[in-house]
Design a protein around this ligand. Structure first.
Ligand code: UT7
Length: 357
């Protein structure tokens, strides 16, 4: 039994931004960006909202619109979703949640919804918690059946995990250390609990304190004062707040390479598998050099890793879901294959899950 991925989708905004275009607004160049990151272009949302991107990825994952991947024939009814989890840092509104907005857009009338704030680990945290909840629900239902009563908790058999990001709105477009890295987009999977099949074989999530503030973004609303502070004569905007994403690149790089290895090894060990059992690694795409580092450490050729950062940049929690989708659509992952998804990011968060397709 297990949580099986039965659909996958992605959505990218229309506008492509090249490295040369960035070189026109900050002191950088294609020659610096490509060898340092592997990024050639990224997609930036001009008109698309987070909800537009998330809903499009979700509808593709459900097979309601073309361009997604379905495990079995036939579209999935949005009304059959019990839960929508949306990992995001850039919801269009504080509330309702981004997940609730996507629910409304796709007609998932029976789904309970919430957002998840775990930065670039959103893909792994989203899939892992969906799996935990479905396993808990299955246990609850089994207990209820044995006792001849109804379940005591929400019945969750089908979950949409949809990570949607417009990082272009968090980025300081005057900061060359970050603005070259990020892109906008969404990735989605539909997971279903199956009694007779395996899906998520294992998962591992971890957090560590970011005491040195290596990856940070203040909430814009914290700039507002209440009228109650001593000496405050009215509601004023605080001017000491930085509304942009900040990153200590080298420190994060160090954390990322270690987390990538640690989490992959832990998730594989939990699944009782080794590196050799993995058909394709679909990691978070923060920097191609981080993926190359992992490939070298594992003594594997780069072909065993799905690399999409060249054309999408870093799309935070959506990155690895987009990578998984592209691998599925390209036929690099087929029924019965094993994928390993590892991610790391602000929090500091990190994790990995092993997926049987
Ligand atoms: O998804 C969330 C997790 N994020 C990550 O995992 C990102 C991890 N970090 C990285 O990928 C890399 O640290 C970066 C790509 C962000 C930076 O690469 P780096 O090789 O670590 O560069 P650096 O920060 O050590 O900077 C080297 C030099 C500096 O100049 P000086 O001080 O040596 O004169 C920077 O000012 O490169 C300069 N620099 C740039 N130059 C041209 C930094 N950004 C740029 C730029 N263009 N865009």
């Amino acid at each position: 039994m297990g949580s099986v991925i039965i659909g996958s989708g992605k959505s990218l905004p229309k506008r492509t931004v090249t490295n040369d275009e960035l070189g026109a607004i900050v002191d950088t160049s294609d020659e610096w960006i490509v060898p340092r990151t592997g990024i050639h272009t990224r997609q930036i949302a001009l008109e698309e909202t987070c909800t537009d991107l998330g809903a499009e990825a979700a509808l593709r994952a459900l097979g309601q619109t073309e361009g997604g991947w379905q495990r079995e024939e036939g579209a999935l009814d949005p009304a059959s979703l019990d839960l929508i989890i949306c990992p995001t840092l850039t919801a269009d509104t504080h509330f309702p949640s981004e997940a609730a907005r996507i629910r409304e857009r796709i007609g998932a009338v029976n789904a309970v919804c919430y957002d998840m704030s775990c930065a670039c680990s959103g893909c792994v945290y989203g899939i892992s918690t969906a799996d935990l909840i479905m396993a808990g629900s299955a246990f609850d239902r089994a207990q209820a059946e044995a006792a001849g009563r109804g379940p005591r908790r929400n019945v969750v058999r089908r979950v949409l995990v949809v990570a949607a990001e417009r990082l272009s709105r968090l980025v300081d477009w005057e900061d060359r250390a970050t603005c070259i890295l990020f892109g906008d987009g969404a990735g989605a999977v539909v997971l279903e609990w199956r009694e007779d099949e395996e899906g998520v074989l294992s998962s591992y999530m971890e957090n560590s304190d970011d005491t040195a503030r290596t990856l940070w973004c203040d909430s814009a609303f914290c700039a507002r004062e209440t009228p109650f502070a001593a000496g405050n004569e009215g509601v004023e905007e605080r001017d000491n707040l930085d509304p942009y994403m900040r990153m200590a690149g080298q420190a994060v790089f160090k954390f990322a390479t270690a987390a990538m290895m640690r989490c992959t090894e832990e998730a594989l060990a939990r699944a009782g598998l080794t590196i050799d059992d993995v058909t394709l690694f679909t990691p978070h795409q923060a920097n191609e050099r981080i993926i190359r580092y992992a490939a070298k450490k594992m003594d594997l050729p780069m072909e065993r890793f799905q690399v999409i950062i060249d054309h999408v940049g870093n799309v935070s929690g959506a990155s690895a879901l987009i990578a998984l989708n592209e691998a599925l659509c390209e036929g690099k992952l087929k029924r019965g294959d094993i994928a390993c998804m590892t991610a790391f990011g602000g929090g500091l968060t990190a994790g990995s899950c092993v997926l049987k397709i």
